[in-house]
Design a protein around this ligand. Structure first.
Ligand SMILES: [Zn+2]
Length: 98
């Protein structure tokens, strides 16, 4: 799934806006564990997988290995990206086909 030109909704915070831009430029993928659509930068590489990426996002995958503070920060970002992308979907903004 790829997004085209993006006009951020006016009430997004600067941080949300930056995260969306990051998500769009990195491409997005749905995690098969938490079910959230996340930037591919949050997935680890898996050469055996068809997509070249692991099915679980880095947060699901490494949940127990991450330090608490790192995990909290990733979870916060993950939630924010998910909300932002969902809003992007709802607004039916122009997007490229994959
Ligand atoms: Zn996940």
């Amino acid at each position: 799934m790829k997004y085209g030109a993006f006009n951020p909704p006016p009430d997004l915070t600067k941080e949300q806006e930056e995260l969306i831009h990051w998500a769009i430029s990195s491409g997005v993928k749905k995690c098969s564990r938490c079910g959230l659509t996340l930037p591919t930068a949050l997935f680890s590489v898996d050469r055996n997988a068809a997509t070249g990426l692991q099915g679980y996002c880095r947060i699901c995958n490494r949940e127990n290995m991450l330090r608490w503070t790192e995990r909290k920060e990733l979870e916060r970002q993950r939630a924010m990206i998910d909300v932002a992308l969902e809003r992007l979907e709802r607004q039916e903004l122009p997007r490229e086909t994959a």
